[in-house]
Design a protein around this ligand. Structure first.
Ligand code: SF4
Length: 458
């Protein structure tokens, strides 16, 4: 346990804003308690999910104070209370909006002061000189196009995420993002094509057929996928990603990609995230407009998945051989992954020539073998994003973080993800934007961290 765990700087005393979120959800539509708890979880705003008993207690308190009204359904089964926002509750919601906005402004000013003090002290002054020089050397090497050695990556990952070294690492990473990407940022908009049980049974994937989370195949129509892609593109996405399960099939994907490609503007790049393919299949995807392939040697490959890591690396090579741009995140990151393993996967991505790199946290989907396991902390995710940025240098202008953790964007990640449809990190497909994170939310986040949104040459 860190001595700072009980200090106010850990954020443990910050209010979790459950009440305004409950009010907002009920303002959309009156609901029974169970449906409300499900909607609350789907927002993804609370990790881990809020305690249900506490939420029901809060609902009762809100009813007593008059901001909620209830009616009781008397069907065949047990009677159920339906909650709705009262007139007083709507006033309460407006006051929440005003006070949260004012708090956010206050927080922005406090953060600006902290940043100014760090800037005045030269940032690096808090970081031991030996580490500062080491990090600057890694940065210089990567900026000259060289890939750092594994032990250098491990050393960067070994700093405590809240240490002065990590802060300096984040500072250098953000500077690197400005230098290699012209301070630009973009949105990776993914459409999950097939929500289907998959015989590969990767332990972290909701689609693994052995977990029984997804029991039946469900696919969006081609028209719906094309429309969603068109909408994301019109809202400013830099990439449209068609994501499938392992066995979707090359011919079907080619047909779908051709239809999507036909509606995309020239500055929006089509990406395929699909099963392992041979060189010819990849080339033929290129012929219908796919320019980027997402593929990854995953953390825990061969242990949490049935894939042979060597074969996976060969699949990465085939993407290069086919003349396609490779996108490869370090994923799915959990708190148990050690520095050696993370460094190994990052090296594999860089050596395979990934131009789009980054990090994605594992979601511990209920029903999968990872149910109930801890999630990686936001600050660790941000640190790994910063390491990717520093080590990627000029070779990786695009560094992605998923989920969209603000600290990671502050530390050099310039790509965030918006997604819909089949999501391997959830127990059901997303009818709209996953966890409510929209193109507008993504744009706002990137702009708040000083980036200009949109790439001309993505
Ligand atoms: S990660 Fe891919 S290969 Fe593994 S179970 Fe999910 S869909 Fe199948």
């Amino acid at each position: 346990m860190d001595v700072l765990d009980s200090c106010a700087c850990s954020g443990g005393n910050l209010p979790r804003f459950v009440q305004p979120v409950l009010l907002a959800l009920l303002a959309r539509e009156p609901m029974h308690g169970y449906a409300l708890m499900q909607k609350l979880e789907e927002t993804g705003l609370f990790v881990p999910s809020p305690d249900m008993t506490g939420c029901y207690r809060m609902l009762r308190d809100m009813e007593r104070s008059g901001v909620l009204e209830t009616t009781t359904d008397k069907g065949d089964g047990p009677s159920r209370r339906k909650y709705a926002v009262s007139a007083l509750g709507r006033r309460c919601l407006n006051r929440w909006t005003a006070s949260l906005t004012s708090n956010r402004d206050h927080l922005d000013r406090v953060l600006a002061l902290l940043a100014a003090v760090r800037e005045e002290s030269g940032e690096g002054l808090l970081c031991p000189e030996e580490d500062r020089i080491f990090m600057e050397n890694v940065r210089n090497k990567a900026m000259a196009g060289n890939i750092p050695r594994k032990e250098e990556i491990v050393r960067l990952l070994s700093y405590a995420p809240d240490s002065p070294q990590a802060v300096y690492l984040g500072y250098l990473a953000r500077q690197t993002a400005s230098a290699v990407a012209g301070n630009r940022a973009g949105v990776w908009a993914a459409v999950g094509v097939d929500c289907a049980p998959c015989s590969m049974n990767c332990a972290f994937c909701a689609f693994g057929e052995s977990w029984g989370v997804i029991r039946e195949t469900h696919e969006w129509s081609a028209e719906r996928i094309v429309d969603t892609a068109r909408r994301y593109a019109s809202e400013g996405a830099s990439w449209i990603v068609l994501r499938t399960t392992e066995h979707y099939g090359a011919a079907r994907l080619r047909e779908l990609a051709g239809a999507v490609s036909a509606v995309l503007p020239p500055d929006c790049v089509l990406v395929a995230n699909t099963g392992q393919m041979n060189v010819e299949e990849i080339r033929r995807l290129g012929e219908v407009g796919v320019k980027v392939m997402y593929h990854a040697l995953r953390l825990g490959e061969g242990r949490d998945t049935p894939f042979d890591p060597v074969g996976r690396c060969q699949a990465l090579e085939r993407i290069r051989e086919a003349g396609m741009v490779l996108a490869h995140l370090v994923e799915p990151l959990g708190p148990e992954h050690g520095n050696e393993e993370i460094a190994g996967v990052l090296l594999a991505a860089l050596q395979a020539g990934a131009q789009i790199c980054g990090v994605m946290a594992r979601s511990n989907v209920p029903g999968t073998p990872f149910e109930g396991r801890n999630a990686v902390s936001d600050i660790r995710l941000a640190q790994v994003a910063a390491v990717v940025r520093l080590c990627g240098g000029v070779n990786t202008p695009y560094v992605c973080v998923h989920p969209p953790v603000s600290q990671a964007v502050e530390w050099g990640a310039n790509v965030v993800v918006v997604e819909s449809g089949a999501v391997p990190r959830d127990k059901k497909e997303a009818e709209g934007d996953w966890r409510g994170f929209s193109m507008e939310d993504a744009r706002r986040l990137l702009v708040r961290h000083g980036y200009a949104v949109g790439f001309c040459d993505a």
